[in-house]
Design a protein around this ligand. Structure first.
Ligand SMILES: [Zn+2]
Ligand SMILES: [Zn+2]
Length: 232
């Protein structure tokens, strides 16, 4: 998966249609437990007033093409607005059957606006399908090694502006004491083309609960700041 290259290409495109100061902080290909898959950009320096320009200058079209290339059937394009009317996320989504039905004609969340929605046929293929299957496999393996009904709500491959790439899982029901190592996650990342230097757990409000696992091929800068991580 060439997500790193795709992030760079889309950022170049964004700078061309908008301003040189804009950027794409992260590009992520993700799969949810329900079956939805998405290609999401997390832009910097893009505001809601820029959406029309992004449409007119073909940026949205270009993003949809990339999504399709990666196996995300472009059924829905939306953005999430921040409190200062900045764009936090710009997303191409391929709904699962259930979400497609539930969200039909509605805004899924108050801060999310739909740019376009069409009833395209088909569902996850290629890289998106690989991420979707990997989500299920990681969940199954976590259940097997812990003996608990662990839930992986989302799994995504990401490329960051700094140069880091990785695989990230959002998890529910996993206590710190039940997982001290998880070599499977490194293999899962490698299977999706990410060669991680580190694999670590993420914690929520309480340090006793693991809310995520990340495998990261750190860039030169981030590599220097990995002390204190709970390595798996
Ligand atoms: Zn869904
Ligand atoms: Zn980095």
């Amino acid at each position: 998966m060439k997500l790193k290259m795709h992030r760079e290409t889309m950022e170049k495109e964004l700078k061309r249609v908008l301003t040189a100061g804009s950027a794409i902080n992260q590009l992520a290909l993700s799969a949810n437990a329900c079956g939805c898959v998405a290609l999401t950009t997390f832009p910097l320096g893009v505001n809601v007033e820029d959406i029309e320009l992004l449409k007119a200058k073909g940026f949205i079209e270009r993003l949809k093409r990339l999504a399709a290339e990666l196996g995300v059937v472009p059924k829905n394009v939306s953005f999430q607005r921040g409190e200062n009317f900045e764009i936090l996320q710009l997303k191409v989504l391929d709904f699962c059957k259930r979400c497609e039905f539930e969200y039909e004609g509605e805004r899924p969340w108050p801060d999310v606006s739909i740019i376009e929605s069409r009833s395209e046929r088909g569902h996850a293929e290629k890289d998106a399908l690989a991420v979707l299957s990997c989500r299920g496999a990681v969940e199954e393996e976590l259940r097997r090694v812990t003996g608990f009904p662990i839930y992986v709500s989302e799994l995504s491959v990401f490329a960051l502006k700094c140069g880091c790439v990785g695989l990230s899982a959002n998890i529910r029901g996993l206590r710190r004491q039940d997982l001290t190592e998880f070599p499977y996650f490194r293999e899962a990342a490698q299977g999706l083309g990410v060669m991680p230097k580190i694999v670590y757990a993420r914690f929520g409000a309480t340090p006793s609960e693991i809310i995520g696992i990340t495998a990261r091929d750190t860039c030169e800068r981030c590599e220097k700041y990995t002390e204190g991580l709970y390595l798996l």
